[in-house]
Ligand binder design. Structure first.
Ligand code: C5P
Length: 397
């Protein structure tokens, strides 16, 4: 699936560099030709010899190597690939990329190139969450750089959180999506998924029921057609789809902020079951059972993410798709919802208990567009996703 695709792999200096070895192996197994570039710091973690052995080719390391320059100058090297992959992309490499530094071979190649770039960030959770890194990330996104990960999990440093490099199999999936020649190649699509959790106190929350199965399936189907998918998910049980940029949030307000930060996009699919309210004045400490009960909770309305995005001016994606989970008068309610929210399409479904749709593997959709309604036969959530992705591809043209 990656036959004859040329990948320039920049390996940054982080503990995750060892995973780059497995990444090289997997890329080559799929037919890609990998040219590795090691930063000075990366050589502290993996040896040029092991990288070269796995890549089946020489490793580029030094900006001022006369032999290298005679063989292939750094400008030529930077443009000799179909895709540049930076894995691990350390905080330092990301900062250099965002600011246009060119003080070693890796950063110079990244500045000299007009080839698409995909980065797999890897760093300590605090470094990832630091405003400087997040600022750099915004700049890089604006420059058209795509992300694979980072994932959330245990870190080599003993902490837990986002910043862990995605697994090689996921990076391969992202590479495949970025190089795809599918009908949605070059299109950026945003997908929200899962529930949101609205805290009452540090241990309790209110939420809507949502497994995230349909949202994940939609993101996968869009990726399969070549779209670059930004997957913004609340705490769902379904695994996040490989090959997408995953942004994990908890509350509706965080989801709104993440959606705004991820724009612009060509299309947006709002499959999340967003809580309509949050508890105002969340308790900072756990409310104790013996202390006279929980008392009445005050609620404040959450932003309507779908309506907000559908109502945007220049930032509005060309196609805005929402869902309507209804228990009765499905068509009438969903048609009214489409008008009220200002979106282009609504996928309506009957989620009353008897249908078994909620948390199940099948869905029964009525698609409502500006030109009427379309009753889809009951099918698996994967098939719904594939059909929707196909329609999106057709519409964006
Ligand atoms: O109003 P209702 O929740 O039924 O609308 C459902 C649609 O609106 C879904 O597409 C859902 O993702 C989206 N929505 C949203 N923000 C909210 C509430 C719903 O994006 N606060």
């Amino acid at each position: 699936m990656l036959e004859h695709r040329r990948i320039l792999l920049v390996i940054g200096g982080g503990i995750a560099a060892f995973k780059a070895l497995d990444l090289i192996r997997r890329l080559r197994e799929r037919g890609a030709r990998v040219t590795p570039v090691l930063t000075g710091a990366a050589e502290e973690f993996v040896t040029p010899l092991s990288v070269s052995a796995l890549a089946g080719t020489r490793v580029f390391r030094d900006l001022f190597d006369l032999t290298d320059e005679a063989e292939m100058g750094h400008i030529e090297l930077s443009r000799s690939a179909d895709l540049i992959v930076v894995a691990p992309a350390t905080a330092d490499l990301m900062a250099k990329m965002a600011h246009g530094h060119a003080d070693d071979l890796a950063s110079t190649l990244l500045l000299a190139t007009d080839t698409p770039v995909l980065i797999a960030p890897a760093m300590n959770v605090r470094m990832w969450q630091h405003p400087a890194t997040q600022r750099n990330l915004d700049v890089l996104r604006g420059d058209g750089v795509t992300l694979a990960g980072p994932a959330e999990g245990d870190m080599a440093c003993g902490e837990y959180g986002p910043g862990r490099m995605s697994e090689p199999a996921e990076i391969v999936e992202a590479v495949r999506a970025r190089l795809s020649r599918g009908p949605l190649a070059g299109r950026r699509v945003l997908v929200t998924s899962g529930p949101t959790h609205e805290p009452i106190d540090p241990v309790r929350y209110i939420a809507n029921r949502s497994s995230g199965v349909q949202g994940s399936a939609i993101a996968r189907a869009l990726t399969a057609l070549g779209a670059q998918v930004v997957f913004i998910t609340g705490p769902a049980t379904a695994p996040a789809p490989a090959g997408t940029e995953v942004i994990a949030v908890e509350t509706a307000r965080e989801m709104m902020a993440a959606v705004e930060a991820a724009l612009p996009a060509d299309a947006a699919v709002f499959a999340a079951a967003v809580a309509d309210w949050h508890v105002s004045g969340t308790a900072e400490r756990k409310i104790k059972k013996g202390s006279g009960g929980i008392g009445a909770l005050d609620f404040a309305e959450n932003p309507d993410i779908l309506a907000t995005v559908a109502g945007m001016g220049a930032q509005r994606p060309a196609l805005v798709v929402g869902f309507a989970a209804e228990t009765d008068d499905v068509i009438a309610n969903a048609t009214a919802k489409r008008a009220r929210k200002g979106c282009d399409w609504i996928l309506a479904n009957d989620v009353s208990a008897a249908t078994g749709i909620m948390g199940g593997t099948e869905n029964d959709i009525i698609l409502i567009t500006g030109s009427g309604t379309e009753d889809w036969p009951r099918m698996s959530k994967d098939e719904v996703a594939a059909r929707l992705a196909g329609r999106i591809a057709e519409t964006l043209g």
